[in-house]
Design a protein around this ligand. Structure first.
Ligand code: SF4
Ligand code: F3S
Length: 104
């Protein structure tokens, strides 16, 4: 599966939603997650994310992010259409430690 990681938080560009063939993104207030049981590993979302927040779970040290994606995909609503990203999305691109400060 692919997973959404830290840099999505408060960037939330939603370009990923437009390209996913199985609509497996779920929406929180400040970020999206991927449902690991629904993702078919096609990989098309990874290069579409302007924040480079999407990674294959074969990359090292992503266990915590995989768990976060799995847990919140169960409770957040499905998102199938891109909307306007946050007006200040660019200011948050690359800010470290967003999970601790801004996650919701
Ligand atoms: Fe969707 Fe493919 Fe990305 Fe999985 S890898 S979330 S199926 S676009
Ligand atoms: Fe987040 Fe990138 Fe999608 S910032 S909402 S994973 S396009």
């Amino acid at each position: 599966t692919y997973v959404v990681t830290d840099n999505c938080i408060r960037c939330k560009y939603m370009d990923c939603v437009e390209v996913c063939p199985v609509d497996c993104f779920y929406e929180g207030e400040n970020m999206l997650v991927i449902h690991p049981d629904e993702c078919i590993d096609c990989g098309v979302c990874e290069p579409e994310c302007p924040a480079e927040a999407i990674k294959p779970d074969t990359e090292p040290a992503l266990e915590n992010w995989l768990k976060l994606n799995a847990d919140f995909a169960k409770v957040w609503p499905n998102i199938t259409q891109k909307r306007e990203p946050p007006a200040d999305a660019k200011e948050f691109d690359g800010v470290p430690g967003k999970l601790e400060k801004y996650f919701s």
